[in-house]
Ligand binder design. Structure first.
Ligand code: AHR
Length: 322
């Protein structure tokens, strides 16, 4: 019995690292007939946003008749690189991935290019001078998301305001860009200061831990700016445990607008959410089909997004898909 469990666990671990197929094509087969085989290297399962994004990719691959080979990198770049190499070996028709961090992709993407396998960046960008390494980038404008958060901060600050920032994964595009956009906007109001800023790695537990430390080290915190809902939700737990009221004693701004975040916003525990849409699956499959046929695609496809106040969250929540 123990041996069986150990063997099953080893297979699951191996699948996570070597990108086992989740579609109809068997492992090791690039494609059968006209079926497009896509290798998708996901970041991980760090947040509600990511769970919704994974579901969207899997559902839409199925709907489009695309054979999806899916891997979860557990937020580690080396796992994503291994998965991409495995997809190259399997001769998939197209590779899509959401890079954990911005830098360090040139070598593996050059290998894909030499193997004539087109690459699509989805959700997050890479930092490379060589734009020939990928066909298109589908995802949000994270700097703009940061700006929207900054606009709300500027419009709602009354007097000197101390902000603590819960950053996303260090080196990840949304962490870099959301910080940049927010700072750009608050620069016009010297009264608003970021007094502490640290990564919570886009997870609820990370947000809680960092917020606990901020509450101990910072004498006055007026606002939390969390780069995603999950870290904001972790911060809420820490604020409550410290005997303060989230949304009142300490205001909270987050990014994403997943169901749990929207629920906290409509309950008054979060004050403002900037939307980041995870439902990229349909557009990704459409782009993949074109890229495989050798058709031209736009170099950049930006996702449309809005923002939510507490009142807007109450109205939107019943129809929220994720
Ligand atoms: O890249 C998108 C970000 O990654 C989402 O905002 C966050 O929740 C996720 O983990």
């Amino acid at each position: 019995m123990l041996k069986k469990i150990t063997t099953a666990a080893s297979v699951i671990a191996l699948c996570a690292l070597t990108a086992c197929g989740s579609g109809s094509g068997g492992a090791g087969t690039g494609s059968s007939g006209d079926t497009i085989t896509m290798g998708f290297a996901q970041v991980g399962a760090e947040s509600g946003w990511r769970t919704a994004n994974t579901k969207s990719v899997q559902d839409e691959a199925k709907a489009a008749g695309i054979d999806l080979k899916f891997s979860d990198a557990q937020q580690k770049q080396e796992n994503q690189i291994k998965a991409i190499r495995s997809y190259i070996q399997q001769k998939v028709k197209v590779i899509a991935f959401s890079p954990v961090v911005e830098t360090g992709w040139d070598t593996v993407l050059l290998e894909a290019k030499r193997a004539n396998i087109p690459v699509i960046l989805t959700d997050r960008a890479i930092d490379s001078d060589d734009t020939s390494l990928y066909k298109t980038f589908l995802g949000s404008d994270f700097v703009e998301e940061g700006r929207k958060a900054g606009d709300w901060m500027v419009a709602n600050a009354t007097g000197p305001t101390n902000v603590v920032e819960l950053q996303g994964t260090t080196g990840a595009a949304p962490a870099i860009d959301r910080k940049k956009g927010f700072e750009e906007k608050i620069a016009s109001k010297p009264d608003i200061k970021i007094v502490a800023s640290q990564t919570g790695d886009f997870t609820r537990s990370g947000g809680k831990q960092v917020m606990e430390a901020f509450l101990k080290s910072q004498p006055k915190i007026d606002v939390v700016y969390a780069h995603n809902d999950d870290m904001g939700l972790g911060a809420i737990e820490a604020i409550k445990a410290a005997g303060k009221v989230p949304g009142k004693d300490i205001k909270i701004i987050t990014v994403d607008a997943v169901k749990d975040g929207m629920t906290a916003l409509s309950n008054g525990e979060i004050n403002f959410i900037v939307e980041c849409n995870p439902l990229l699956g349909k557009q990704l499959m459409d782009l993949a089909k074109k890229v495989v046929k050798g058709e031209e695609v736009p170099a950049r496809v930006v996702t449309e997004e809005g923002t939510f106040t507490q009142e807007q969250a109450k109205a939107a929540l019943p129809k929220r898909q994720y």
